[in-house]
Design a protein around this ligand. Sequence first.
Ligand code: DQA
Length: 146
Amino acid sequence: MSTLIYILNGPNLNLLGKREPEIYGHDTLDDVAKRCEETGAEFGLQTTLLQSNHEGQIIDWIHEAREKAAGIVINPAAFTHTSVAVLDALNTFEGPVVEVHISQVHKRESFRHHSYVSLRADAVIVGCGVQGYELAMRHLGHVLKG
Ligand code: DQA
């Protein structure tokens, strides 16, 4: 069985650390990748962290995860609130899915309160900063290696 976790990130998250640091903090996506790798190793899990500003690319990676990954951590960013296509793609994935949002979206604008992806996610981590990714990895470690 695969021990690989896909960590997928949507639009503008390539600017993590530079983009609105008062909301998203100072850590970069490379910092996130490193932390996830370290946390995964505690559970014998490997990680691949990917980011795209393009919806179709995220969908293609979800399809790839069907063949390669045991679980998915996904921060769909703005696609969270708009994309039925990302939801449909996640519905084709059979393993556990954890949705992560760095910011506490429910304290923000009302358009951020609804998530299509939450209709599929097995767990949702919101407002814990980039530590949310690490918590997601820990959760998958327990679920998959428990
Ligand atoms: C986000 C929240 C989304 O509303 C926003 O569009 C993002 C990032 C978060 O991690 O807090 O780009 O998913």
